[in-house]
Design a protein around this ligand. Sequence first.
Ligand SMILES: CC(=O)SCCNC(=O)CCNC(=O)[C@H](O)C(C)(C)COP(=O)(O)OP(=O)(O)OC[C@H]1O[C@@H](n2cnc3c(N)ncnc32)[C@H](O)[C@@H]1OP(=O)(O)O
Ligand SMILES: CC(=O)C(=O)O
Length: 538
Amino acid sequence: MSTVKIFDTTLRDGTQGEGVSLSVEDKLKIAQKLDSLGVSYIEGGWPGSNNKDIEFFLRVGELNLKHAKITAFGSTRRKDTLAENDPNLNRLLEVGVKAAAIFGKSWDFQVHTAIQTTLEENLAMIYDSVRFLKSRGLEVIYDAEHFFDGYKSNPEYAVATIRKAEEAGADWIALCDTNGGTLPHEVSAIVADVRTRVSCPIGIHAHNDCELGVANSLAAVMAGATQVQGTINGYGERCGNANLVSVIPNLQLKLNYDVISGEQLASLTSVARYVSEIANMHMPINQPYVGTAAFAHKGGIHVSAILRDSSTYEHIKPELVGNKQRVLVSELAGQSNLVFKAQELGLDFDTGNAQTKALIEQIKSMEHQGYQFEGADATLELLMRNAYGQLEEVFTLESFKIMVGKTVNQPVVSEAIVKVRVHGETVYNAAEGNGPVNALDNALRKCLERHYPDIQNMHLADYKVRVLDDKDTTAAKVRVLVESSDFQSSWSTVGVSENIIEASWEALADSIRYALLNQTPAEIRTLEHREPLGIVNH
Ligand SMILES: CC(=O)SCCNC(=O)CCNC(=O)[C@H](O)C(C)(C)COP(=O)(O)OP(=O)(O)OC[C@H]1O[C@@H](n2cnc3c(N)ncnc32)[C@H](O)[C@@H]1OP(=O)(O)O
Ligand SMILES: CC(=O)C(=O)O
């Protein structure tokens, strides 16, 4: 089995992506994760660029990384100067790394236009810079910027630049598709040719401008490259870099290369999600391998088949990359979707019976009205339990009223009064909130806390509203999704109505019903000890 080394540049090229900005602390946390994932190189930043990157290099030693080599990034010396006088190259030495990646120009057009020097001076810049760093004992990865475009324009010159780097002692030559415009068949042919012209090991650094970053990286490896540069989740300049989260399993599981251990591969999903959290970048649900929808099945036909054998609709076992199979229930569901959910919930479930058929009809009809159960697992569970007579109604609404008032120069005030039936008595309470829904939530909890004191531990974590029929503005329905949490777990519920408050009530009420599913009511206090206000006995 051949080995491929992973060179991670999330902390350098990744931060060149729009919206990605990492503090030193963030970078240190990500470096730790990348090390445990088993990457061989972590490019931590460009010390010649800013103090944050310098601080990262000065502090990264604290992490005692087990596996990865910390690498600093820079460029070849400036034109018409000496390498030993170049501030950028000297910074690479000052930050105490054992490896440096420096980029130089491969494309004659770039030499003339971007750095405005001669082809000969560019060759000298490459040679002197690599030589200088090698003479100071560093491992040098030479990044041949725009190599593929350079090769297409002037192959002899492009190859001459990497030969100069090799002659100066470069340990690796990474061929860069800097503008991301090269196609896989071109990458294959060019890498294969380069391998006959230099003996240094080859890396690939692909950008994703044609959405081919991953495909081009695989093509390069299949043509003989043994290092892949890329970033977690594909962050990077413009459309990003090759996404290592896809490159790694493709190499390992599909092409049988030795990249990281099976245990490390099983941490891939958590690493990808961790980095997206730290970078504060939304992670697409359909991100291959690691997205929450990567192994989510919605169509009834698919679910029926995966229950027999998951390979019918899954290209790998999700656990190999630390992800998991999910089944969604929607208007596209058949009985198999419900069987799967019921198994997850530990409910007794009979596929052929009238209750199941009625439940499917109810779900389809509710989805038609605007409900969506994919994102509201808790409401779905309540419906399923109810259909099978396994739901005890802990409270029922009698009424609610909401008042929202504003006095000039004062904040808006929201107050709600809720009257519900709980354990045979009618309880009502009023509460304020920072908005009408919050006031409603507070008042409902006050009504229930006597019987269910643990309800104080739960809170609303997220609230989303979506207008459903925006063509019909006055009668438009809204769908409210509420996410609640009790610090140990979280659950989501849905409500739909033409009135936003009613939709919010439905979602809130379901959220609390769900929270109370496994709670035993506290012993009801005797009448004498009850507060007089707020309880009406019948
Ligand atoms: C393909 C890549 O992703 S390369 C990495 C790109 N990343 C970044 O640029 C992020 C960090 N960059 C920075 O902080 C700054 O650009 C710095 C500190 C590196 C340089 O800043 P400045 O000195 O103000 O230069 P500026 O950014 O305006 O211009 C780039 C200079 O680098 C030179 N240059 C570009 N490529 C190279 C190279 N391979 N070797 C040597 N010099 C180069 C250019 O000729 C230009 O110098 P000139 O104006 O004397 O002709
Ligand atoms: C070096 C680099 O980041 C590039 O050429 O894209």
